[in-house]
Design a protein around this ligand. Structure first.
Ligand SMILES: Cc1cc2nc3c(=O)[nH]c(=O)nc-3n(C[C@H](O)[C@H](O)[C@H](O)COP(=O)(O)OP(=O)(O)OC[C@H]3O[C@@H](n4cnc5c(N)ncnc54)[C@H](O)[C@@H]3O)c2cc1C
Length: 507
């Protein structure tokens, strides 16, 4: 990389004002407030945003907290609700159901993960249910919610939660936050890029209103178009559609007439060519069918989704298509891609917004204050790849373990040749119950355990510390945990009343 890169960053230009653009603008405005940086965000209202992306994972709580955003104010502004996890319906086979909670199970003992004790007892008591040992599961079953106690008084009282929210309102909320902190916004369409002839760095963006916006660092938040990272810099894209077949979605909003309908979890229901989501917000429900166009056409997809709606649609159906995979680079020269421009994994585990957050975190941790340093660029690209691959494996796990019969897509998933990393994880768990992690991973061992258990994968062997314990002792101890969790859950308020009391949005 040429020496031209070695000057400090004074002007940052963000291209795109979707969730990624405004999360990036808000973060840079906040965390770089002591550096004299001018931040400019360019978005085109004529082009608009992708307009979906309403479910999150617990890292969003820390993201907002880091920016000093008041949780209840944020929920009111975005018509938000709390999310304890995802209920998976019909995934193993029609009629099956399990819950993926944002919490651990039980209590580890003698440094041995709880699930070894669970499987030791399950050998004697077949009817045990893993969800009975998770507070988030117990709360979700009863439609209740309570913020975890801070600091947790018992290991059982500590669990994660996330939010559902209106993505458009969240972007507006962050826009206001960022503009108050000096971010300059331009509404215009970008149509040209000037690059340095020597090192290929981006120098300026030309806009259709005649402006030319110069910068030292450019953040590509232009969505699937990836106008800087792919169209301009042509860094290449790794296509994962041979593993994850979903490439299309149809989305629609529907009414939610009763407060009790606002459940504290996302529902994900397997269908012939993909899966349907239901995301409850305060003013409406978001619904969508994510499917593979190899196995379904848009009309059939819409028919499938309409049959799943419990209430009248209150928006026109929107059809979207996407490519699953990752940009080979997240950072190239003086350009960093954040959001859909850096890659996309289908929305099954609501990971895109969390990937925006980690993209921002990597940028801030390795920020090129003194100019672009190739070793930082390399590290950010390494992390991005690692993170995307581990999420890809986790999502793939949901599909390949199915037992859905008489269906081409689900049959194809069962016969898929897997990435080595995933194959190893599954085989090791089957062999001895150990869940291997390649940190940092977005999904912790409890999430992997949920999937193994939900799809009926059991270890052939478990640790001696658990298997040698008398069944009567195990039975007594696990019953104690179950009862304690049930007791804690029963004390919580209903999710609907938590919202009504603390963060009801204007209707
Ligand atoms: C079906 C589906 C469901 C999803 N569900 C979830 C979910 O539940 N949870 C989750 O975390 N994520 C979800 N996602 C992903 C989520 O929608 C995105 O990660 C998120 O919205 C961020 O998008 P973005 O800001 O990168 O792109 P976009 O929202 O597409 O924004 C792109 C921006 O670039 C601007 N732009 C583009 N071209 C130009 C130009 N030439 N000049 C100026 N401006 C331009 C646009 O105006 C816009 O402001 C889902 C995605 C899909 C497809």
């Amino acid at each position: 990389m040429a020496n031209a890169a070695q000057h400090s960053i004074k002007q940052i230009v963000i291209l795109g004002g979707g969730t990624a653009g405004w999360m990036t603008a808000a973060s840079l405005a906040h965390y770089l407030r002591h550096r004299q940086c001018q931040i400019t965000l360019i978005e085109s209202c004529a082009i608009g945003t992708v307009g979906v992306g309403e479910a999150t994972i617990p890292s969003i709580v820390n993201f907002n907290h880091g920016l000093g955003i008041d949780e209840l104010e944020f929920l009111r502004a975005t018509q938000g609700s709390f999310k304890l996890g995802i209920q998976f319906e019909d995934w193993l086979e029609p009629g099956s159901r399990f819950f993926h909670p944002f919490s651990d199970y039980g209590i580890d003992h003698q440094t041995l993960p709880f699930h070894h004790y669970y499987y030791a007892l399950k050998a004697h008591e077949q009817a045990l249910e893993l969800g009975d040992y998770s507070l988030a599961c117990q709360l979700a079953r009863q439609g209740r919610f309570a913020q975890p106690r801070q600091p947790p008084q018992s290991p059982l009282g500590d669990y994660g939660y996330a939010y559902h929210f209106d993505a458009g309102r969240y972007a507006l909320f962050l826009r206001e936050y960022a503009e108050q902190r000096g971010v300059r916004r331009i509404d215009a369409r970008m149509h040209g890029v000037t690059r340095n002839a020597e090192n290929g760095f981006i120098e300026a963006l030309s806009l259709d209103d005649g402006q030319r916006v110069q910068g030292d660092l450019f953040i590509d938040c232009s969505g699937f178009r990836a106008l800087l990272m792919q169209e301009t810099l042509k860094t290449g894209f790794e296509d994962w559609s041979h593993w994850l077949f979903a490439d299309s979605a149809v989305a629609v909003q529907s009414a939610l007439p009763h407060a009790e309908d606002i459940v504290p979890y996302t529902r994900s229901i397997a269908k012939d060519a993909g899966w349907v989501w239901h995301i409850p917000l305060q003013h409406r429900q978001g619904n969508g069918y994510v499917y593979s166009s190899r196995f379904c056409d848009p009309q059939r997809a819409w028919d499938t989704l309409s049959q799943c709606l419990t209430h009248e649609p209150c928006s026109e159906p929107r059809h979207l298509s996407f490519k699953t995979g990752r940009s080979l680079k997240m950072w190239e020269g003086n350009c960093v891609a954040i959001g859909l421009s850096s890659g996309f994994l289908e929305p099954l585990e609501s990971t895109s917004i969390s990937l925006i957050q980690t993209g921002i975190a990597h940028l801030l941790q390795f920020f090129p204050h003194q100019g672009i340093d190739p070793v930082r660029v390399k590290e950010v690209n390494r992390r991005h790849r690692h993170e995307m691959e581990s999420i890809r494996d986790f999502i793939l796990l949901h599909y390949i373990l199915n037992q859905r019969q008489h269906n081409d897509m689900w049959h194809a998933y069962r016969n898929l040749s897997l990435p080595d990393t995933l194959e190893h994880k599954i085989e090791l768990f089957k062999s001895c119950g150990h869940i291997v992690q390649y940190p940092p991973e977005t999904f912790e061992t409890s999430s992997w355990l949920t999937m193994f258990e939900g799809f009926g994968i059991r270890p052939r062997d478990i640790d001696d510390r658990a298997s040698q314990m008398p069944a009567s002792v195990l039975s007594e101890q696990l019953a104690g945990i179950r009862q304690q969790l049930r007791h804690v859950a029963a004390q919580a308020d209903s999710h609907a009343s938590v919202i009504a009391k603390h963060c009801a949005a204007p209707r």
